[in-house]
Ligand binder design. Structure first.
Ligand code: MN
Length: 285
C-alpha cells in the first residue's frame, strides 16, 4: 500500500500513477486537546485504519499524481534521525574532500552514533527545497528512510522491522561548513520525505534495495542498501538504546558516495527500488 498526504492535508492511496482520496478514513482522529500524545496519530493508528483506507479509496474518483501537491507523508514525527557516514564509500570521499570535511577528522557511524534533524525541516516532494546560503555548497544526500509505526524502546535487532510502519525516500540536504551537523541539516525543507509511504508488505527486504539520484538528468549517487554499515534493523535497535521511538519517527539511513552540490533551478530525481520515484525542484529561499 502506498499512502500519500497531499494538497490541504488530504490522505490518499497511490495506484498506477493516480491518487485515490481516502481522507474520510481518518474521521475520529480529530485533535485530542492539550497536550497531544507523542507521535503522529495517523501513523499510530495506521494498522487499524488500513481496511477503511481501502474502502474510502475504492469510493473515490482518482486524480493523476501530477495534479496534486505531495507533502511529507508523515506530518508529526517526534524526531527525524540521521545516520552519519553509514556507507564506507561515502567515508572515503569525505576523507578526500575538504569541502565536505572542513578540516575535521571524519569517522564512521560506529563512532558517531546518530544525529537529529529538526522536525521543522520536513518537506514533501512538491514543497521542493529552498536553498539558503547559496554562496556555500548545498549537497544532496539520497537515502532510504524508514518510519516507525509503534512506540518502542530497547528493541532487539532481530525484531526491529516489526516496528516499521513503512518506507520512503529521504533527502538529507546539507549545507557544508564548519557549524554543527544538526544545524546545517535542519534548514527548512532540508529533510525531504516522500513521495509517499510504502507499507512493509510491499518491500521485499529494506537492506537490499537499489537506489539513486540524478540532478538535471545526470546520475550523481547510485548504490544499494546492502552496503549500509548499520543496517535498517541495527539502526532501529541502536536508536532505542538511547531514546524511545514514537509512531511517525523518521530514520534516514545514511547516504552513499557521490554527494554533491545543487543550485537554484536544479531538478533532483530520486529513486528507491520498490518505493518509487520522487522529483524535487530546487529554488533559492
Ligand atoms: Mn545523510
Amino acid at each position: 500500500m502506498k499512502i500519500c498526504r497531499y494538497d490541504d492535508d488530504r490522505l490518499g492511496l497511490v495506484r498506477d500513477g493516480q491518487v485515490f482520496d481516502a481522507t474520510a478514513a481518518i474521521g475520529g482522529l480529530e485533535p485530542q486537546g492539550w497536550p497531544q500524545p507523542p507521535g503522529d496519530q495517523f501513523i499510530a493508528n495506521l494498522d487499524r485504519l488500513k481496511s477503511r483506507l481501502e474502502e474510502e479509496a475504492g469510493r473515490s474518483a482518482p486524480k493523476p499524481l501530477a495534479d496534486v501537491h505531495l507533502r511529507s507523508p508523515v506530518a508529526n514525527p517526534t524526531k527525524v534521525i540521521g545516520a552519519p557516514v553509514n556507507y564506507h564509500a561515502h567515508h572515503e570521499e569525505s576523507l578526500d574532500d575538504t569541502e565536505i570535511n572542513f578540516g575535521r577528522e571524519i569517522k564512521t557511524i560506529d563512532e558517531y552514533g546518530l544525529f537529529l534533524k529538526a522536525n521543522s525541516a520536513l518537506a514533501g516532494q512538491d514543497d521542493g527545497v529552498a536553498l539558503r546560503f547559496v554562496d556555500r555548497r548545498n549537497d544532496h544526500e539520497v537515502e532510504l528512510a524508514l518510519v516507525i509505526g509503534r512506540t518502542c524502546g530497547n528493541v532487539d535487532e532481530a525484531n526491529a522491522l516489526d516496528y516499521v510502519a513503512g518506507y520512503a525516500i529521504g533527502l538529507d540536504m546539507t549545507v557544508r561548513g564548519p557549524e554543527d551537523r544538526s544545524l546545517r541539516k535542519s534548514v527548512d525543507s532540508y529533510a525531504v520525505l516522500g513521495p509517499w509511504l510504502v507499507t512493509p508488505d510491499d518491500i521485499s527486504d529494506p537492506d537490499k534495495l537499489d537506489f539513486e539520484i540524478t540532478v538535471n538528468g545526470e546520475v550523481r549517487q547510485k548504490s544499494n542498501t546492502a552496503k549500509l554499515i548499520f543496517s535498517c534493523r541495527k539502526l532501529i535497535a541502536y536508536a532505542t538504546q538511547f531514546f524511545t521511538l514514537h509512531p511517525g519517527d523518521v530514520i534516514m539511513t545514511g547516504t552513499p558516495e557521490g554527494v554533491g552540490p545543487v543550485e537554484p533551478g536544479d531538478t533532483m530525481v530520486a529513486t528507491v527500488d520498490e518505493v518509487g520515484r520522487m522529483t524535487v525542484k530546487v529554488r533559492a529561499y
